[in-house]
Design a protein. Sequence first.
Length: 533
Amino acid sequence: MRATWRRLPAKLHDAGWEPGLVVPAADGSPLITDHYFPRAEGDFPTLLVRSPYGRGLPWSPMYGMLFAEQGFHVVLQSCRGTGGSGGALDPWRNEAADGRATVSWLREQPWFNGTLGTVGPSYLGYVQWALAADPPPELKAMVVQMGLHDPCALFYTDGVLHLETALAVGAGMTYQHQGAVPLLKAGLRLHRRLRDITTGQPLRRSYVAALGDIPWLDDVMTHPDANDAFWRGTSVAEALDRLKVPTSLVGGWHDVLLDQTLDQYDRLRRAGCETALLVGPWTHTSAVQQGWPEVFAESLAWLRAHLNGDPSGLGSTRVRVHVGGDDGWRDIDDWPPAPAVTPWFPTAQGHLTEQAPTDSAPLTSFRYDPGDPTPSIGGPLLSRTAGARDNRTLEARDDVLTFTGPPLTEPVEILGPVSARLTISTDTGHADVFTRLCDVDPQGRSVNICDGLGRLRTAEQVPSQVTVPMSATAHRFAVGHRIRWQISGGAHPRYVRNLGTGESPLDTTASAPVRITLHADSALTLPRSIGLA
């Protein structure tokens, strides 16, 4: 670890390892657990890390050894049905009960001093929220890194399936706990067959040839409604509204769970919970790779402050964010910082202007063909292609609209949520709209900053207005750069393609192209804090 990350703090203790402990789950199933500890005299607080991804790389060195070297007992446990633990994996269903059962086991250990913290990313964040729904009295601090509290929102936006994410999660949950080689082979099979899987008609179970039969994934892909009984009890959002355990949140501007992280911060703040927020220039995976020195330092400081009573490592403000374009960090008091909101409007000439239109007449149109769906480039994905990417190839397509502002004579800085208000009409009544904010440099390179997708539910040829949240960002457009608004009918295979018929893509084999018309009163709304007068 220290050869990979050169900015980690010096270790305070040698670490020991006690592998293969058996902890009874709520139903009595054996949960296989490894115990890491400082080889030193004295009482040390305990960190609970529960994972469905195995207990080897990267969890053992990054969470077991590194935190033990800093003076913590670390209990690294495989969730039910994974990593040798008994029972069957049923994602999101058993984590609260099994977490409480593990705390009961901890109380019986001679080295447990009654002070408990939790830490971990992704699903390892969900298990923390599940435990916090009824927090044990020993729980004194949490560090949720790129974590989810609402599984349905991980897989769906406005009823549209996050297809590539669903497949990646299916591969990770099924194979990672088996070891690096099975995961690598599954990833290669998925990569080779991704086009066949994502364009299969019908789409249902098209992944089986690459990933095998995954019943819970089939359930996820066939239940788009968040109010469906399938999702009942999986969201632990209500726990956030009453939690009092001090919680540090970590996110990335290109993380698939950024919106959930920001929602967690907002809910905890409104509940009066002591909360900190760190958002870096990361994807879901790069936060614990390139970003690990910052993430580890922030997590360690929070745990020391609330488990050891040592606040010396905490920052002076509640929120720290990385500002893109400026390539620097900004300490701010709260999020979002409530800047002025500025609308930008498209013109028929492809420009982007702050001058409002005088009417809502049709402006321009494009044809979206589900047989040749508009591809996804970069953004919040779970693959190596995630993050900020050059969009010029995408923007050269006939089914992508771009509206570009003039070269800036002053820098424009935006901090907060971005959204689009679109007036759209279609010739079929069935379409999606994907909208993206880009930064165009003087050489013409167009780099994505944030984006969003909305589903249109309109009558044929009747204009309909839809507001599309485009997540949030902290970005500085430099002098000479241009602001670009990109609009298309989808981003495949990131999102399941709209087949233009109104039928579920899971079951139908029919498709129809659609003409999408943008009207002049559409607007891109930016939370501008510094910039043009």
